[in-house]
Design a binder for this molecule. Structure first.
Ligand SMILES: C[S@@+](CC[C@H](N)C(=O)[O-])C[C@H]1O[C@@H](n2cnc3c(N)ncnc32)[C@H](O)[C@@H]1O
Length: 398
């Protein structure tokens, strides 16, 4: 899919640094529970603790560093963290200061990944929740892959558009609600209050509502985090093979004896399963049997169009081009209708949510209470983060 144009080409970093924030801290009940969650995730991605033990690991953009604690406790031979945000590095240092178990002490590089030079490739490279599909970011996905040693693995996150559209709409609603005369703290307070009831419907949210508002609703770069799995495979599929995803959606019933060289086709198989499950990305509460990719094409296409139009809306609003907004708003309404039509054939319950959203969006004057008090759309969040692991094939020879 085409990469989008950027309303904020300088990315997350400039915004985080401008406000001195790193809005990605997890509320951790106990370290044991956090480690258990990370262990399940990595094992699902084909990486049990033994995969980290005694090897060279790189994590790019570790944010608060809390996820890296688990990896450090697996005792890799070396562990490099690349985090250019000073607020993030302070959180990382504090996280390690409180880590009271045997672990590998990481080397923390205070540089942008663009400027990071590795002395040697790594066995495992991790990068979660950072890169989207802008051309500069796709180039960085290639750089991540290039740092994986033969036989090693890369873990990334993708943000599929069918799962992203509820938050694309929340971002647009936030842009309409927030007045530039408010300062950053007042904007934060307003949006935390407006979206609090939406977020309160999520049972296992590990981030504070305030961090979510900072990272998603007030982050000018937020719409650029969209990253269809196709974009990732296009970028690195010539060098790497899909290993696993979380959620898991790929079944492979072939006889292993047929799986040599080109015939493996793991990337193509993963993409086919992803398209057959696109309708499962729309609502994190619901799961349906896979269906033909062609049946899912309309919801994917409408979500893609909505996302592109949302970027145009944000760009026009930030340029003060208020004359352009009514026509773009109507296009957004039209995309919502298409999404509603495409959902009706597999999840009629969601049609109410889309109708409520369309009615709120089409108001000439949007009020905080009309968003805060939504009843049907409020609990609709997509499966917007897909973890995916890849390996760089390397068959030992004698
Ligand atoms: C949304 S946060 C994700 C943090 C963490 N990976 C997680 O999943 O909680 C994005 C991270 O990317 C980092 N980042 C932004 N620009 C970067 C750059 N040019 N090089 C490396 N990291 C960058 C930010 O500082 C931040 O820690």
């Amino acid at each position: 899919m085409a990469a989008s144009s950027s309303p904020a080409p300088s990315g997350h970093l400039h915004y985080y640094q401008e406000h001195g924030i790193s809005p990605v801290r997890y509320g951790i009940e106990t370290l044991a529970a956090h480690f258990d969650r990370r262990d399940s995730l990595y094992r699902s991605l084909g990486l049990p603790p033994a995969a980290f033990r005694g090897v060279r690991v790189l994590e790019v953009a570790p944010g608060s560093g809390q996820n890296s604690l688990y990896v450090a406790a697996c005792r890799p031979q070396s562990f490099d963290l690349v985090e250019p945000n000073p607020a993030g590095r302070r959180d990382i240092e504090a996280a390690y200061a409180g880590l009271d178990c045997d672990h590998t002490v990481p080397a923390l590089h205070p540089v942008r990944f663009e400027d990071f030079e590795a002395e040697a490739p790594f066995d495992i490279v991790l990068c979660e929740n950072w890169l989207g599909s802008l051309p500069t970011e796709v180039a960085l996905i290639r750089k991540l892959a290039s740092l994986v040693a033969p036989g090693g693995a890369l873990v990334l996150t993708a943000v599929p558009l069918a799962g992203f559209f509820p938050n694309v709409m929340r971002k647009l609603l936030a842009l309409r609600l927030v007045d530039d005369s408010l300062d950053f703290d007042d904007k934060t307070e307003l949006l935390t209050d407006v979206f609090g009831p939406h977020l309160a419907t999520i049972a296992k949210m590990t981030r504070s509502h305030r961090d979510w508002v900072h990272d998603c609703m007030l982050n000018p770069h937020y719409l650029n985090v969209a990253l269809p799995l196709e974009t990732v495979v296009d970028a690195i599929g010539d060098q790497m093979e899909a290993l696993a995803t979380f959620p898991r959606f790929t079944a492979d019933w072939r006889w292993f004896k047929g799986l040599t060289g080109e015939e493996r086709g793991f990337n193509a198989l993963t993409l086919t399963s992803y398209r057959e499950n696109a309708h499962n990305l729309v609502d994190y509460r619901r799961t349906f049997p896979p269906r033909r990719a062609e049946e899912n094409a309309p919801v994917v296409a409408a979500s893609h169009t909505l996302h592109q139009t949302a970027i145009r809306w944000q760009t026009a609003a930030e340029a003060g081009d208020t004359g352009a907004l009514p026509a773009i708003s109507e296009e957004i309404g039209a995309s919502l209708s298409k999404i509603g039509d495409s959902l009706g054939d597999f999840d009629p319950g969601l049609v109410d949510a889309i109708e409520e959203l369309s009615a709120v969006w089409s108001k000439d004057t949007l009020t905080a209470s009309s968003v805060r008090e939504m009843t049907s759309f409020a609990s609709l969040f997509g499966r917007e983060t897909i973890y995916v692991s890849f390996t760089r094939p390397h068959t030992p020879t004698c």
